[in-house]
Every structure is written in structure tokens, then in C-alpha cells.
Design a protein around this ligand. Structure first.
Ligand code: SAH
Ligand code: SF4
Length: 353
């Protein structure tokens, strides 16, 4: 069965060609696939009914099942979404002043093993297909009855996006297609724990925002909290940033998670300022969000402000990111679908939609 929602417009046009149809039939199908609310090929009214049947027989329109919905006191909404094989992912809708930001997952779990991250505790179950990544946007729009698409998309949910490179790039191509949801690359940010070769590939292949989870200015601290640093040390990341094609007036975002007593001292703030010199950078400071079984602590507000001051004094834009949705475990690093599950990721709660 073809998973139509994993196909780019071009691939659907080629598929139509292989079926002996003109390319525009593929375009027509693509357009309909990315309209929220579509339930099946019978609704594609500008296709002749014979063709609707042919398409329906050859493949399927993948849909994510909303299994759980939680709302935070700050308005953040977390959806638990069931996949066809019974696994679960989470995605988070974050209300900002006049728009929504959607935080998307790219894998079920994560293999990177960062010691401060609750998603890492699930281990890695599998990559998401493009239909399952882009489908989160559709699932949110349908569930919340949104007329307009959420303004910003951040790939900061469960998983390491660049470890699922093919499906990530395919997803971005689908989401930015003007016949689909028509996102601008400027509204999309991909966050990575630092897979240097894929960072460079991303810069060449797509025009999206890049965020790097740096979290330490030196290898000693970084490899203690992020095992990936042994494969790609800080020098490799910085070199990749220096050859990353950055458009004028755009910057690379550096995320810096603050862990009390580990990476939050003035010495590290100064080290960070030195390290990023010469790179068009924006720094997001994220105080640690707690999760069961993780023994780190967030620094005091005073320490966070002092850390920020070192960076702003050095001329950087450094923003303290107050994580939203903490009361429903929807903040950075708190996503995990294991507590809902029986055994290795099987969903036991998919019928509450
Ligand atoms: N895997 C990607 C994207 C998902 S994580 C990455 O690591 O970049 C999104 C962000 O949340 C990352 O910057 C990550 O380091 C951060 N994060 C993870 N655990 C956290 C925690 N407990 N508190 C605050 N931020 C956390
Ligand atoms: Fe994976 Fe990102 Fe969590 Fe690290 S912080 S374990 S890369 S999801």
C-alpha cells in the first residue's frame, strides 16, 4: 500500500505518470491530501470516480489518532497521537501572543541518550514516516478546529530530526509546497543535538532555520551530558556552523540548557561568548525542566540572569526561554510516551479521541 501522505508533489506526479495518467492528476491528489478534514478519496470531487477508486485501492491516507489531549494552565496543549502500528508520539501546541507554534516529533523515542532528557529514557523505537511528521500539523488543525495553520513549526519534540534525515527533508518539502500547507522555510526550525555532517547537508538541501543544542562550551562538560559529543565534538559543530550557508539577516540559534552546578557558571558563560564569536548567533537559555528520575536541578533565577548578562554584554542576543506546559509535561525534554504504554511503546489508550 502506498502511503500517499509521505509523497512529495513531484512523486505524486510521477506516480500518476506511472499509472498512465497526466501529471496534473498527481497534483490534484497532493492538493487534497493536505486539506484538513479529508477522510478519503471519495471526497476528492474533482477526480473522476473511477480514478478515486484506483487511488484508494493502491494506497492509503495515513491518519494519526488523537489518543490523549492535555491542557496546561498556560494554554499549552499536548496531544498524544497513536500511529498505525500502535506506537505513540506526542506533539505540543504552544500559544504565543498572536499565533501558535507547533512542536513536532520526528522519531518514537530517541537514540541520543542525553542525560537530562526524559525522551531519551524511552530509548529509540523507530523513525517516523513523512506522513507521520507532517500529519501532526493536520491532526492538530483537525482536533482544535483551526481555520489557519499554526504559524511556526519547530522540530523540537521527540527524537533527533537529523537522525531521520530522509523523512525530515521529505516532510519539509511537503510542508513548504504551495499546493500543500505552503509554509515558508523561515517559519520552520530544525533543532539538532549536533549531527555535524547532516547539519551541512541540511544547509545545502533546504532553507529552514537551524537550532543547535549546545549546552556546554567545552567538550569535557558536553560529553558528560550528551554522548553524541564523542562522535562530533564541539570543534566539529563550530566548523559546520562556519560553513553553513546562512542568509543575510538570519542567524543560527544555539540552545543552552542550564543545569545547576554543571554548566551555569560565569566561566562557562564567558567560554560560550568566546566560542560563538564570528558566528551569526542567537542564544536561547533554557533552565532545566524536571522529569521523574532525572536528578538535575534548574539554576536560581539570579544565576540565569547573571549568565544572560555575560552574553548580552558580549554583544549577543540571549533570550531566557520560559518553558511552557510544565504542569502537563509538555516542556522541552519532557515528552515521553512510555508511561502510557504497556510494553516497549505499545499504546493502551487509543480510543478516547
Ligand atoms: N533532539 C533535538 C530536538 C528535540 S529536544 C535536540 O536535542 O535538539 C528540544 C530541546 O529541548 C533541545 O535543545 C534539548 O536539549 C532540550 N531539552 C532536553 N531535555 C531538557 C530538559 N530536561 N529541560 C530543558 N530542555 C531540555
Ligand atoms: Fe534526543 Fe534531543 Fe532528547 Fe537528546 S535532547 S535525547 S537528542 S530528544
Amino acid at each position: 500500500m502506498i502511503d500517499y501522505r509521505s509523497l512529495t508533489r513531484k512523486e505524486l506526479e510521477d506516480l500518476a505518470g506511472n499509472m498512465g495518467l497526466p501529471a496534473y492528476r498527481g497534483r490534484q491528489v497532493f492538493k487534497w491530501l493536505w486539506r484538513p478534514g479529508l477522510s478519503g478519496f471519495h471526497e476528492i470531487t474533482d477526480l473522476p470516480s473511477g480514478l478515486r477508486n484506483v487511488f484508494a485501492q493502491k494506497g492509503r491516507i495515513a491518519r494519526l489518532k488523537v489518543a490523549t489531549e492535555q491542557k496546561s494552565v498556560d494554554g499549552t496543549i499536548k496531544l498524544g497521537l497513536g500511529l498505525d502500528d500502535g506506537l505513540m508520539i506526542e506533539c505540543v501546541v504552544i500559544p504565543e501572543k498572536d499565533h501558535l507554534t507547533l512542536c513536532l516529533s520526528t522519531q518514537v523515542g530517541c537514540a541520543m541518550g542525553c542525560s537530562f532528557c526524559y525522551t531519551a529514557r524511552m530509548g529509540f523505537l523507530r523513525n517516523l514516516e513523512a506522513s507521520e511528521i507532517a500529519g501532526q500539523v493536520i491532526a492538530v488543525m483537525e482536533r482544535l478546529g483551526l481555520e489557519e495553520r499554526p504559524r511556526n513549526l519547530v522540530f523540537m519534540g521527540m527524537g533527533e530530526p537529523l537522525a531521520n534525515y530522509e523523512n525530515l527533508t521529505r516532510t519539509v518539502q511537503i510542508l513548504t509546497d504551495e499546493l500543500g500547507l505552503n509554509y515558508s522555510g523561515r517559519r520552520i526550525t530544525v533543532s539538532t543535538s549536533g549531527l555535524a555532517p547532516e547539519m551541512l547537508r541540511l544547509g545545502q538541501d533546504l532553507d529552514v532555520g537551524l537550532a543547535i543544542s549546545l549546552h556546554a562550551p567545552d567538550d569535557e562538560i558536553r560529553q558528560e551530558i550528551m554522548p553524541i559529543n564523542r562522535r562530533y565534538p564541539i570543534s566539529a559543530l563550530i566548523n559546520a556552523c562556519k560553513s553553513y550557508p546562512i542568509k543575510p539577516r538570519r542567524r543560527i540559534t544555539f540552545e543552552y540548557l542550564l543545569l545547576q552546578g554543571i554548566n551555569d557558571r560565569m566561566e562557562q558563560a564567558r567560554g560560550l561568548a568566546r566560542l560563538l564569536r564570528g558566528i551569526p548567533a542567537k542564544i536561547n537559555l533554557i533552565p532545566f525542566n524536571e522529569s521523574p528520575g532525572l536528578s538535575f536541578k534548574a539554576p536560581s533565577e539570579e544565576d540565569v540572569l547573571a549568565f544572560q548578562k555575560v552574553l548580552t554584554d558580549a554583544g549577543y542576543t540571549a533570550i531566557i526561554r520560559k518553558s511552557k506546559g510544565q504542569d502537563i509535561a509538555a516542556a522541552c525534554g519532557q515528552l515521553n510516551t512510555m508511561p502510557l504504554l504497556h510494553t516497549r511503546g505499545r499504546c493502551i489508550n487509543t480510543n478516547t479521541a
